[in-house]
Design a protein around this ligand. Structure first.
Ligand SMILES: [Zn+2]
Ligand SMILES: [Zn+2]
Length: 224
């Protein structure tokens, strides 16, 4: 059986097919995002207050998505789980073993997965008729697409200056906030886009409640 703490074995699971999937994600994510932006630029405008609200809601949507996906892959299954084991769980488990390894990932490996996921929101946005919904969905799509990059910046010793300003203002995930997740057993602060929702989720014990419910319903055990 493969040692789950062996980072070389985890990294060796990065197959050519996965690389092609990531290239496809970046391409499709960019095309859908730009297509939606073009539709918005040619559509009716939006009052400033409404635009700010739509942007904040879009950022919250990205943050809860990042937290939910991260919690799912950290908590359930193993690297041998069919499809998602190699596609996603590998990346999350490798990150707990060596949190700086992601700094070696290039643009495509960092962002391909999330760019592919963002297509769901920008794709729905292409069918939305209200500008508010379009702004909400394109913000969600942009921040979902950028989540791994934002997470990577939180692990850099010296990220770009503008990034450091946004981290300090807590507009995007701050390194101090995210560090709490890297303390074993890695069950705090799953949200890695802005981190805004981690405190309410912790206070309400949302992840614990979900784990208890899923274990009771399926018999599955978390963090095997
Ligand atoms: Zn984690
Ligand atoms: Zn991390």
């Amino acid at each position: 059986m493969r040692d789950p703490t062996d980072t070389r074995a985890l990294a060796a699971g990065y197959a050519t097919s996965h690389r092609l999937y990531e290239y496809g994600g970046v391409t499709l994510g960019s095309v859908c995002g730009l297509w939606l932006a073009w539709r918005m630029a040619n559509g009716p405008g939006l009052a400033l207050g409404s635009a700010v609200m739509a942007i904040v809601l879009g950022m919250l949507l990205a943050d809860i998505t990042s937290g939910t996906v991260h919690w799912m892959f950290d908590t359930w299954g193993t690297v041998r789980t069919p499809v998602v084991g190699a596609l996603a769980i590998r990346t999350f488990r490798e990150h707990h073993v060596d949190e700086k390894a992601m700094l070696q990932h290039d643009f495509v490996e960092t962002n391909g997965h999330n760019a592919a996921l963002s297509v769901i929101l920008s794709g729905i946005g292409l069918y939305a008729s209200s500008t508010f919904t379009q702004v909400y969905l394109i913000t969600g799509a942009i921040f979902i697409a950028m989540t791994s990059q934002i997470h990577k910046w939180a692990h850099m010793d010296r990220p770009p200056i503008l990034v450091r300003v946004l981290q300090k203002l807590r507009v995007i995930l701050s390194p101090v906030h995210h560090h709490a997740h890297h303390v074993a057993p890695h069950t705090r602060n799953y949200c890695i886009t802005t981190g805004w929702l981690d405190t309410p989720l912790r206070v309400l014990r949302v992840w614990e409640a979900l784990e208890w419910t899923i274990s009771r319903a399926t018999g599955a055990k978390p963090r095997l």
